[in-house]
Design a protein around this ligand. Structure first.
Ligand code: MCA
Ligand code: AMP
Length: 505
């Protein structure tokens, strides 16, 4: 048996002297060099006792070595669990414990804080820093550059990506080799990626967008990536002339439009701009076309499903829509109460089925059963419709979720922290419009009778346990929260009342 994902994405490039990663210092890592170094890391994983199906949790800065670690896991049959670099130690401990990771990789600065968690699980702790140094690199430097890929089939898990839940507990989405590979093949073809493509890559590599969509598509097509450490306008302007394509979240596009250096001439060499992870405003779509002559191609996906829909490459890329279901993806709009399919034009919950749809939530059968139907349809929690021309429109969410700059934030997680603070009777967290991040976090707290909560102290407390991107950008004290007759807090009413709080932000 072969290793399906490794062979299709990585193995086929073995020995190729063509560029894979262009780095900001001007150096290039070829496919051959990348794979040799990944194999050295795979040898370190195996020597540490990791066996196929074990989990490796990595909270590491974006670097070529971090991507090699992903390749090494695929090659060794180890389930890769990438984690947002913004997560605090208390957030991380949950993921490491819940997945029972066999190895934890973090940077040297986090080592001391994560040691107890790793030790309690018997997990091996290695380090990998932003500059590529660390114990993992030291050990791999002397390891063999040959490693026989561990046999893995279509249904074997390749990755475990945690997505927060409406109850405040994160769920590990189990992604199989087939899930990842089928989507990479579909997207590379749909978006016409080839070995002549150079993808400008400023996305983080701990989420589906930067890790699977960007990297797997490029690998499948045999192209290369300009690997930026993060989104940075100066770097974007510097590297656009060498790139052919970009994948980004809407914040990338609104930020680019604020920069006078971002001109039609600068992107004359580009063939494709893709947007996703959050809604792209129709205004941004139009302003972008006016500035560059390019129509951004918007697509729609989820951690649990990879990509579901996309605007067409050749046809009309319609602003405010996410295009058609991708080949191999079935999409229907259903009544949230009954689950019955709704006719085109009617708003309901979006459900999808296909080889892209995940295998369920890690050790959470009830949550899996609640969202993944027995017939294979996954209930996305997004509300939308299919128009007369077959284009899918996302009009809202049936889940309490904020998307800030492409990062998902579940209000419940923040409310649990706020509710526990002295003088707080209850709280409600909502997403409100924000010019840069699309949406941002607003917290409303109701004081206990007779007390005056210390808002600064509460903000500091939240800052200690939650990643920076989840911090409320404003905390307001209110007398009461609006409730419906069932006693449920009316978040829509709050979003309406406070929609202009960051109007000038
Ligand atoms: C950084 N900060 C944020 C965010 N990012 N706060 C809220 N929301 C964010 N997204 C904090 C920083 O820590 C900093 O805090 C302050 O905000 C401003 O920093 P800034 O330098 O402007 O931030 P940045 O480093 O430029 O980051 C903004 C960003 C970044 C470039 C938009 O968040 C980003 O790369 N987002 C992409 C997320 C992504 O890849 N999503 C895909 C998920 P302070 O003020 O304290 O310094 S996968 C997915 O959703 C599905 C599958 C899909 O469809 O793709
Ligand atoms: P995540 O759980 O991080 O994978 O985020 C998935 C969610 O992002 C989806 O359920 C949607 O709510 C949202 N999303 C992704 N792409 C788009 C898009 N193009 N337009 C609107 N929402 C999107």
């Amino acid at each position: 048996m072969s290793n399906l994902l490794y062979d299709a994405l990585f193995g086929k490039h073995r020995g190729e002297s063509t560029p894979f990663l262009h780095l900001i210092d001007g150096s290039v890592i070829t496919h051959a060099a990348f794979l040799d170094r990944a194999s050295q890391i795979a040898n370190v994983l195996a020597a540490a006792g990791l066996t196929p199906g074990d989990r490796l949790a990595a909270q590491v800065q974006k670097s070529p070595e971090a991507l090699m670690l992903y390749a090494a896991c695929v090659q060794a049959g180890v389930i890769f669990l990438p984690l947002n670099v913004a997560y605090t130690t208390s957030e991380l401990s949950y993921f490491i414990e819940n997945s029972r990771a066999g190895m934890v990789v973090c940077d040297d600065a986090s080592r001391a804080q994560l040691s107890p968690t790793a030790a309690a699980l018997g997990a091996v702790l290695e380090t990998l820093n932003a500059d590529g140094s660390g114990s993992l690199t030291d050990k791999s430097a002397t390891a063999s550059a040959s490693f026989e890929p561990v046999p893995r089939g279509a249904d074997d898990l390749a990755a475990l990506l945690y997505t927060s839940g409406t109850t405040g507990r994160s769920k590990g989405a189990m992604l199989s080799q087939r899930n990842l590979l089928s989507n990479a093949i579909t997207l590379a073809d749909y978006w016409r990626f080839s070995e002549s493509d150079t993808l400008l890559h400023p996305l983080p590599i701990f989420h589906t967008h930067g890790l699977f969509v960007a990297t797997n598509v490029t690998l499948h097509a045999g192209g290369s990536m300009i690997f930026l450490p993060k989104f940075d306008l100066d770097r974007m302007v510097e590297f656009f002339p060498q790139a052919t394509s970009l994948m980004g979240v809407p914040t990338f596009y609104t930020r680019l439009l604020t920069d006078p250096r971002f001109t039609k001439d600068l992107v004359a060499h580009m063939r494709l701009f893709v947007s996703g992870s959050a809604p792209l405003l129709a205004d941004t779509h139009r302003a972008f076309e006016e500035r560059t002559g390019h129509r951004i191609l918007e697509r729609y996906g989820m951690t649990e499903t990879n990509m579901n829909t996309s605007n067409p490459y050749d046809g009309d890329r319609r602003a405010g829509t996410v295009g058609y279901p991708l080949p191999g993806v079935e999409l229907k709009v259903t009544d949230p109460e009954t689950g019955a399919s709704l006719p085109d034009g009617q708003v309901g919950q979006i459900e999808v089925r296909g080889e892209n749809v995940f295998q369920g939530y890690w050790e959470m059968p009830e949550k899996t059963a609640a969202e993944l139907r027995e017939d294979g349809f996954f209930i996305t929690g997004d509300l939308g419709l299919v128009d007369a021309d077959g284009y899918v429109h996302i009009v809202g969410r049936n889940k309490d979720l904020i998307i800030s700059g492409g990062y998902n934030i579940y209000p419940k997680e923040i409310e649990l922290v706020l509710d526990a603070q002295p003088g707080v009777l209850e709280s409600a967290v909502v997403g409100v419009p924000h010019a840069d991040f699309g949406e941002t976090v607003l917290a409303l707290i109701v004081p206990e009778e007779g007390s005056e909560p210390d808002v600064d102290a509460i903000a500091a407390e939240a800052a200690g346990s939650l990643a920076r991107f989840k911090h409320p950008r404003k905390i307001l004290v209110v007398d009461a929260l609006p409730r419906n007759t069932m006693g449920k807090v009316q978040k829509n009413a709050l979003r309406d009342s406070y929609r202009d709080v960051f109007a000038t932000a």
